[in-house]
Design a protein around this ligand. Structure first.
Ligand SMILES: Nc1ncnc2c1ncn2[C@@H]1O[C@H](COP(=O)(O)OS(=O)(=O)O)[C@@H](OP(=O)(O)O)[C@H]1O
Length: 254
């Protein structure tokens, strides 16, 4: 009971009379086995947005995140040592390796979200026996999932926010082309305040760290090849635009 109460407080039941949107964001349960089923049970009408960057960069970003939080394993080992550690490595090193690598199996995780939510919506399209036709119909009737290009979000956030507002069906839209400005010191787009100053995200977002070494880049390119091919097929089936980083990656693969 207690858990349910906390959940309901965290996700208040939306009233039919308001046009408010409740949102929640986290990078940490995207790849969870149980989260999609739980989310679909708790919030069957939720819209889901996934922001994907190149999984190799995501792995490196996580490693840097852990170093910044003084994780002794991330401080002790280089990124290359972490991602290439073998089965004989310590359990702590393997755990860090998993948190760097596994969330980047994007197609596997998105499939899990799709099946959890589709299982919920099946009744609406029960007359269609083919899985593919059902996908297609649900895509048109109820676009509830949007896959966004994290690289584009970084370089052209206003353009991405236009897509988000359209997807959510926001009526009172905000023109982010006017409310965001590039801050050269931060190296990212930030909120533009009255008077021309900018308000950027905190120190923990957009950290400055060295470029990934080329050996790690090559290792991860190979490691994620099949996963990225699967992702491109899945996005095609879902009728979603391929992120530019994925297009480039696949072109280089060929
Ligand atoms: N405008 C702007 N300002 C700051 N940071 C930006 C911005 N746009 C995108 N990013 C990228 O977002 C990354 C951190 O966001 P996350 O949501 O993954 O972080 S967290 O899960 O909340 O810790 C962060 O990753 P790192 O660069 O590894 O720090 C950024 O690259």
């Amino acid at each position: 009971m207690q858990l349910k109460f906390l959940y309901m407080e965290f996700f208040p039941i939306p009233s039919n009379t308001t046009s408010d949107f409740y949102f929640e964001k986290s990078a940490n349960y995207f790849d969870s086995e149980v989260a999609p089923r739980r989310a679909a049970a708790l919030l069957p009408k939720a819209k889901v947005l996934t922001i994907l960057i190149n999984p190799a960069d995501r792995a490196y970003s996580w490693y840097q995140h852990q170093r910044a939080h003084d994780d002794p394993v991330a401080l002790k080992y280089t990124f290359h040592e972490v991602i290439t550690a073998g089965s004989d490595a310590s359990s702590k090193l393997r755990a860090l390796q998993n948190r760097c690598l596994v969330p980047g199996w994007y197609a596997t995780h998105i499939e899990r979200w799709l099946s959890a939510y589709h299982a919920n919506q099946r009744r609406a399209s029960n007359f269609l026996t083919s899985h593919r036709a059902r996908y297609a119909l649900l895509r048109v009737l109820d676009p509830w999932i949007l896959v966004l290009d994290g690289k584009l979000l970084r370089t052209e956030p206003a353009k991405v926010m236009d897509m988000v507002q359209k997807f959510l069906g926001v009526t009172n839209t905000i023109d982010y082309h006017r409310t965001l400005a590039f801050d050269p010191k931060k190296g990212f787009w930030c909120q533009l305040l009255e008077g021309g100053k900018t308000k950027c995200l905190g120190k923990s977002k957009g950290r400055k760290y060295p470029e990934m070494d080329l050996d790690s880049r090559a290792f991860l390119k190979d490691y994620y090849r099949e996963h990225n091919v699967e992702l491109s097929k899945l996005l095609y089936r879902m009728g979603q635009t391929l992120p530019t980083w994925l297009r480039e990656d696949l072109q280089n693969t060929r």
